[in-house]
Design a protein around this ligand. Structure first.
Ligand code: ATP
Length: 255
């Protein structure tokens, strides 16, 4: 592929006490790809996300985003660079409305301190308006528009997951990390999720996701990375992974 290399991870390692949670993991992700990371419970998948988003610092290895080293940056600066995520356990503000939760994703973009005070209010309002318009568009795309003014706590689980994805996108990030997006979704919701992830790709986003639902993984991934006990054991096209003996033994056989 001639597409731009968006994320390059080299020899990434992280240890907790005696446990090598992530052990020499390499990733190469190009713009517009949908990539999955799979592996058994405790394989180190979420730790990879925590390293990519600056929550943990790697013991070894490097992370490059658009060719720039980011492994030393704090989480908020990594969001500024263009990487945002969702969490395995949904983290929404339950006493805020759906649209307000999406708008939370945009707040870090406000840089009003750089503006002259007379301009500040005007510019700020305009930016706010644009963000609201963008948030409404995202909710429309997610078919959540009719729930815009409901409290997040009152939404069904699948819809709460979508709000979390919308909030990640609202940050302005171009690489979206999804931690088990299909978890707790019924088959119909999973199908819609897959459609939505493809739409995101068509809009220019790049998706890296952790997912246990193999029908989702095999259906929408361009490539798949498999890790087990922190170690990379395979990577390739979905059909290569589905037929890989070591992957079947370590993971797929048990599903
Ligand atoms: P799952 O599919 O169950 O979510 P996972 O592949 O995401 O699992 P991780 O959550 O990354 O796996 O955990 C990898 C290993 O690192 C596990 O043994 C876990 O107990 C350990 N671990 C993760 N975070 C920490 C931490 N903050 N402190 C100590 N150990 C940790």
């Amino acid at each position: 592929s001639t597409e731009e290399m968006l994320l390059e991870v080299k020899n990434l390692s992280k240890q907790f006490g005696g446990i090598k949670a992530v052990d020499n993991v390499n990733l190469q992700i190009r713009k517009g790809e949908i990539i999955s990371v799979i592996g058994p419970n405790g394989a180190g998948k979420t730790t990879v996300f925590n390293l990519l988003t600056g929550i943990y610092k790697p013991d070894h290895g490097e992370i490059y985003f658009r060719g720039e080293a980011i492994h030393h940056l704090p989480p908020i600066e990594i969001v500024h660079k263009g990487i945002a995520r969702t969490f395995q356990n949904i983290r929404l503000f339950h006493d805020m409305r759906v649209i307000e939760n999406v708008l939370v994703g945009t707040h870090h973009r406000t840089k009003y301190t750089f503006l002259d005070s007379s301009l500040r209010t005007k510019r700020f309002r305009k930016e706010e308006d644009e963000r609201v318009v963008q948030a409404i568009r995202l909710l429309q795309l997610l078919k959540l528009d009719h729930r815009r003014d409901e409290y997040a706590a009152n939404l069904p689980y699948g819809d709460q997951r979508k709000v979390e994805i919308a909030r990640a996108i609202a940050t302005g990030a171009k690489l979206i990390l999804l931690d088990e997006p299909a978890a707790g979704m019924n088959p119909q919701e999973s199908l819609e999720l897959m459609g939505f992830i493809r739409e995101l790709r068509d809009m220019g986003y790049t998706i890296l996701m952790i997912e246990h639902d193999m029908s989702v993984v095999m259906n929408i991934s361009d490539r798949i990375y498999v890790i087990d006990h922190g170690k990379p054991i395979a990577d390739g096209l979905p059909k290569e992974i589905a037929n890989n003996k070591e992957v079947i033994e370590a993971y797929l056989g048990g599903l």
